[in-house]
Design a protein around this ligand. Sequence first.
Ligand code: IDP
Length: 166
Amino acid sequence: MEATVRLSRPVLQLTLALVKPDAVAHPLILQAIHQKILENDFIIVTNRDLTWSREASQTFYSQHSGRFFYQRLVEFMSSGPLRAYILAHEDAIRHWRKIMGPTQVCRARYTAPHTIRGSYGLTDTRNSTHGSDCPESASRELATFFPEFSEGAWAASGHSRGDFLY
Ligand code: IDP
């Protein structure tokens, strides 16, 4: 009797990854982060460079309004270019957040020095990257940065890569 081997394709999840202005300002750091994405087997569905208005930054981080760091964060995130990626991977949200490392840079340096924030973060505000924190945030954030992107159409296309730069 022959054994049947079933090979199922992994279920891919999408996440929004942002490279913040502190890292985009340094081409070698931007390149190193891009390399980290590739080394960790993400599919880069697409990416885009943009600069936020102060209003866009306020809206994106509105959940933190009232926190002591909010104004500083809003100013910083609209102070220079950002790079936004749509990344696909099995369990992409958790996978990307692990590669980013802890929010607080001191903590990242000591407990996770090989993460992006542990390696390149400058301060708790200027901590190099952002990643969605749950599927609902990911859908909302993808729509903010890539309003033309349709998760349904992407799935129907067989999870293809879009146009992107290496
Ligand atoms: P996350 O980016 O690790 O998901 P959040 O708590 O969602 O962390 O905070 C959003 C961003 O706000 C952080 O990435 C960081 O830039 C900034 N932030 C969070 N906590 C602090 C803080 O204690 N001091 C300064 N900035 C902070």
